[in-house]
Design a protein around this ligand. Structure first.
Ligand code: DCP
Ligand code: CA
Ligand code: CA
Length: 366
């Protein structure tokens, strides 16, 4: 018998601004604005995000920066330029921690991920509460970032549960509560219900998710087409069977390292690449990926760099394939180039999942 699932959605609080807070703890009590500066004039650009103190002044994502400045005039607000490299680092560290807590993890953006924790909590929503608190505490200690968690019987309910209580929220919706939980919410809380659809639904007398749930499914299909009509009907009734699955987000996985001394000695080089490729292999297998390309990267003593690549006949997922190809790429490379080598790298790419991924319904909605 299919067990009911326990799915979590974690969404980091005021993420870019919280990252800035993390590296400048003294600004914690001030309004913080992170902006994308277009560079045309000093203040041209838009707010990427702001902390909750700045939000009280009406400063939100998308607001032009000059207006944010105006709204925050007379306060001790601090402004930052977006630093994606740093935010990605923080995000990756947290995702890595999440992986240890879930059977599968699906990262949906830099600050959001679904975790399937059914096995870990033995299908129990009571246990899920403690479990969610444990994950929050762990990330808080290890990384220092807070986030909100929604727990539900599927991704759809988990997401809306999470959105319903922020920041630092923990909202648990049991399977038997899901329909009633969604019913009073406006339809545009559902993924795929944008401005146009909201207007169209309002004309049909549908304002809340509850209205939509009761609406004749056949009629929805006539208006929105089969795929969307059925999706709206199911979503409003808290039905969503989409699995939590890792997206093939990375184009390649690689590591680079510096040799202890400049050299042309193959054995010495392979000692280093063995270390690097063990790391690469660990990440590839954690993500359940197969690869079709293996590449090396070489920086010479004169700091010029080169790369060489092999395409495999078949997708592979074992460490020996990486090792063998790295070795033969280096043998060839050393035969071609007279220079001493200073840094080396190993990279795999052209990923596929082990099993063909089923097309997700939500991909129709984007
Ligand atoms: N972001 C952006 N531009 C937007 C919306 C968001 O650059 N229009 C970036 C900055 C956010 C990050 O994406 O920090 C995550 O977006 P969220 O919508 O989750 O917003 P926050 O994490 O900032 O706030 P919340 O606490 O409401 O989740
Ligand atoms: Ca967020
Ligand atoms: Ca988010």
């Amino acid at each position: 018998m299919a067990q009911n699932r326990v799915i979590m959605l974690a969404d980091f609080d005021y993420f870019f601004a919280q990252c800035e807070e993390l590296r400048n703890p003294t600004i914690k009590d001030k309004p913080i604005v992170v902006g994308v500066y277009s560079g045309r004039t000093e203040d041209s650009g838009a707010v990427s995000t702001s902390n909750y103190i700045a939000r009280k002044f009406g400063v939100k994502s998308g607001l032009p920066l000059f207006m944010a400045k105006r709204k925050l005039e007379g306060t001790d607000a601090v402004f930052f330029h977006v630093d994606h490299v740093y935010y990605d680092q923080i995000s990756n560290r947290i995702m890595q921690i999440f992986r240890g807590y879930a059977t599968s993890l699906e990262q949906v953006s830099v600050d959001e991920a679904y975790l399937d924790v059914t096995e870990q909590v033995e299908g129990s929503f009571e246990k899920a509460k403690d479990y969610a608190q444990k994950i929050k505490a762990d990330v808080k200690i290890q990384v220092g970032i807070s986030f909100s968690i929604g727990v539900g019987p599927n991704k759809l309910v988990a997401k809306i549960a999470c959105d319903s209580q922020k920041p630092d929220g923990l909202t648990i919706i049991k399977p038997e509560e899901a329909v009633a939980f969604l019913a009073p919410l406006p339809v545009d809380w559902l993924l795929g219900v944008g401005k146009k659809t909201t207007v169209r639904m309002e004309q049909m007398g549908i304002k809340t998710i509850g209205d939509l749930a009761k609406y004749d499914c056949q009629r929805l299909i006539e208006v929105f087409g089969k795929v969307l009509g059925i999706y709206f009907h199911n979503a409003a009734n808290a039905i969503d069977n989409e699995p939590v699955q890792e997206q093939g987000e990375a184009e390649s996985i690689g590591r680079v390292g510096t040799l202890k001394q400049d050299t042309r000695d193959l054995a010495f080089i392979l000692q280093k690449t063995d270390e690097l490729l063990a790391d690469v292999f660990r990440e590839v297998s954690e993500k359940g990926l197969s690869f079709r390309q293996v590449a090396i990267y070489v920086v010479m003593t004169d700091l010029s760099s080169k790369s060489r690549m092999t395409t495999l006949e078949q997708p592979a997922k074992d460490i020996d394939t990486i090792k063998r190809n790295v070795r033969s790429l280096f043998e060839k490379f050393l035969a071609e180039s007279p220079l001493e080598i200073r840094r080396v790298g190993v990279k795999v790419s052209r990923f596929s999942k082990e099993e063909p991924r089923q097309k997700q319904l939500t991909s129709f909605l984007k």
